[in-house]
Design a protein around this ligand. Sequence first.
Ligand code: ADP
Length: 482
Amino acid sequence: PRFFSTEEHSWQALVDGEPRAASGGETFAVLNPANGKVIASVADCSHEDALAAIDAAHRALPEWRARPAADRGAILRRWYDLMIAEEDALARLITAEMGKPLPEALGEVRYGAGYIKWFAEEAERVYGEIIPAPVGGARAFVTREPVGVCAAITPWNFPNAMLMRKVAPALAAGCTMVAKPAEDTPLSAIAAAHLAIQAGVPAGVFNVVPTSNAGDVGRALTESEVVRKLSFTGSTGVGRELLAQCAGTVKRTSMELGGNAPFIVFADADLDAAVDGAMASKYRNAGQTCVCANRFYVQRGIYDAFCAKLVERVRALKVGDGAEDGTEVGPLINQAALDKVSRLLAEAVAGGARIETGGANKDGLFFEPTVVADVARDASIVREEIFGPVAPIIVFDTEAEVVAAANDTPYGLAAYCYTRDLGRAWRMSDALEYGMVGLNEGIISSVAAPFGGIKQSGMGREGSRHGIEDYLEMKYIRMGGL
Ligand code: ADP
């Protein structure tokens, strides 16, 4: 379809089953970060447009939640089929709006669609309970009901998958949704919503309101009494602000926030496996994922060997436009991202760290894949989320020392640990204060597993059989007089 084209054209919001211009007629431009070219002009929705979308979602709710779960599941399954049928076009769209290499974009589309298939199946497995009544002549029941109208605010680093893992469980549970995609990457969300409608998702059940004014539309969503839940993926700072806004209406929230993943390599690790894991965890998506390894702790006995092997692999990475064959690392998303990576690296070097390879901004938004060794324990690059292709490496001696360093952060999303000692593997996975731990694995995300963090990395879990819980309320029913 024409709307998947990455040639410049205008994109509308999708409200109540129809493409819609912003009420004031405003638009904003979406740029390809690989070359700065405008690829789309998109409806710039206002506070009022968001209220109209909430209203549409509210009107669509009674019919949608009343359908048998099997019907909702069948529609979601058709949506999954359409996403897979259009996977190449959807992948090209991701690469055009956010820059990741095409094979990674294709992986994202399949991963995102995987959530739709998963929750199409889970829709029918929402069970209740019967509780032995505490008094005679009575019965106690628990049923599960959809939360109601939900809002989603999603980031640019996975413009397809981060939204799919919210909308799929929401719709499966019988909720309706208004989604606000990131301003850098609204196209994947709009394209997915068109396919949802084609699959038979009724008008108003899934609405997308792109905007360049996240604060305005965000407030329409958080302040609404109709919206019962907000699911957010993004930075901890914005998440904190949205939580405060949601307090006004005591909204349920799911928060997938920032991370500061430690990647720990013990001297007894399989060195090649550790380097493979480090490459995948650090340089995928140019380092722009919330579960990317953010700081490497390498035990003294293996430190030099690990650094040497990693540097060799990193030097071989091909940087370029994600749409070109063979590209392994694309551009960063925007100038602010580039400035942050440059600042963190400069501060690390000022603190005594040594650049082993890379270290500079190439042209445009491209940053060289970088390894920086002998980084100080308290450097800003170790405390802040880098979100770029830079691996800071720190040496350590003992297990107790590395556990303390790994947990010394307000974040608690993902952690990685490489060791071949079975006892140590379990001790480490117990000791790491994180929602997810990769043991001898650098890539751990899967639709079948619960994704989420603890501490200031958020609350709630996405994916797995638990992911639908965030979109369900319990209702207790007591029946007496039997
Ligand atoms: P990142 O640092 O990854 O860009 P952000 O937290 O800034 O993460 O963005 C994630 C999402 O939050 C995006 O959709 C963005 O538009 C949205 N966002 C940013 N600021 C606000 C805000 N004040 N209110 C509502 N949404 C916001």
